[in-house]
Design a protein around this ligand. Structure first.
Ligand SMILES: NC(=O)c1ccc[n+]([C@@H]2O[C@H](COP(=O)([O-])OP(=O)(O)OC[C@H]3O[C@@H](n4cnc5c(N)ncnc54)[C@H](O)[C@@H]3O)[C@@H](O)[C@H]2O)c1
Length: 324
């Protein structure tokens, strides 16, 4: 029998037009299944060509209820910007769960950007105050954009405080996001301005093994929720100690990173996202708690989304067929 797979370029993946709402919904199913012990998501192995700040990770996952199985092979190269190349690049392979046969190869950049924002929003659904309306974004790049897009799906946002170490990046972001999402976006000139007074804070600058500890304990308002897309790089340990519910997407993965030198001074993990979504542990319980999610990124995020893209692409006739 002649076997074929569907190849989807980055443009094809985008052209399929999966919405952030659909992506958040898919992640919710995946994390509920994870919380109920129904997924397979082994810790990601990595290689580090050219130094430990670069990575290429293999991220396999199986989500039975979504008939999703496959692997993402994703790289992050810290100096790519010097060559005018993106930080994150990579591919994702989907397999047929019945036969194991590869059905699709697709670019994973768009999926990575979107699912990471969706993971923030999903965490916020359980950990932020439902009436949250002011968001602080520190790091106005790809993640700064998709995290805001995802939060906009679940919260009635009024104002965004946007800070970037590069003022031009923050100004571009403010202009673009204001137009796109019809919210007021204020270009914050210091990190403190983008933290104080916010209901939700997203830090999305570079990941550092040794945090620069900029955000201090007394900057965070009562009742705030923070999503640390860039690990604990931005946070002073005293600020982390003020958090009543410190959560992550996978406790084993966080502890693994701790064992190799990251997260030296973090509080104990209260719950992982699967436990929150499956109702095994309560999320926010009052309006005063300060809560936090450090989602390091899990293969089930990607594997929840990729089959939806594959199926829509088949329906729409998007992509190129390649012989196996
Ligand atoms: N947790 C996850 O699942 C996950 C997934 C993808 C990316 N990430 C991480 O998210 C971070 C952002 O990724 P991206 O794709 O948006 O990168 P990006 O290069 O598109 O954007 C990063 C932005 O941060 C700015 N910046 C640099 N230092 C800063 C500082 N100290 N304060 C404020 N802004 C600063 C840069 O000027 C840039 O605008 C990276 O650390 C990346 O590793 C995490």
């Amino acid at each position: 029998m002649k076997k074929e797979l569907l190849y989807l370029s980055q443009a094809d993946v985008k052209a399929v037009g999966l919405s952030m709402t659909e992506i958040i919904k898919a992640l919710e199913i995946a994390f509920r299944d994870k919380g109920e012990g129904k997924t397979e998501v082994p810790p990601k192995p990595g290689i580090h060509p050219g130094g430990s700040d670069n990575f290429i990770h293999a991220m396999p996952a199986y989500i039975p209820s979504m008939k999703a199985a496959g692997v993402k092979w994703v790289s992050g190269y810290v100096n790519n910007y010097r060559r005018n190349l993106p930080y994150i690049t990579g591919l994702l392979i989907l397999n047929d769960v019945e036969t194991g046969i590869p059905t699709s190869i697709m670019d994973c950049v768009w999926i990575t950007a979107m699912r990471t924002g969706a993971a923030t929003a999903l965490s916020a659904r359980y950990l932020a105050r439902p009436e949250s309306s002011v968001v602080g974004i520190l790091g106005c790049g790809v993640q700064g954009r998709t995290n805001l897009e995802a939060l906009k799906v679940l919260f009635l946002l009024k104002r965004v405080m946007a800070y970037d170490i590069d003022p031009e990046a923050a100004a571009r972001y403010a202009q673009e996001m204001e137009k796109r999402f019809d919210v007021e976006v204020i270009h914050a000139s210091t990190p403190r301005e983008a933290v104080g007074g916010c209901d939700i804070i997203v830090t999305a600058g570079p990941i550092l093994k040794k945090p620069h500890r900029t955000i201090q304990a007394n900057w965070i308002d009562e009742g705030a929720f923070a999503s640390l897309v860039d690990f604990d790089s931005y946070w002073h340990p005293n600020a982390l100690r003020m958090i009543s519910k410190f959560c992550t997407d996978d406790t084993a993965q966080l502890l693994h990173y701790k064992s190799i030198g990251y997260f030296e001074e973090i509080p104990a993990v209260y719950a992982d996202l699967g436990e929150l979504v499956a109702g095994k542990k309560p999320g926010r319980e009052n309006s005063a708690e300060k809560t936090m999610a450090v989602n390091l990124g899990l293969a089930i995020d990607d594997m929840a989304v990729a089959p939806l893209i594959y199926r829509k692409a088949l329906e729409m006739g998007v992509g190129s067929r390649l012989p196996l």
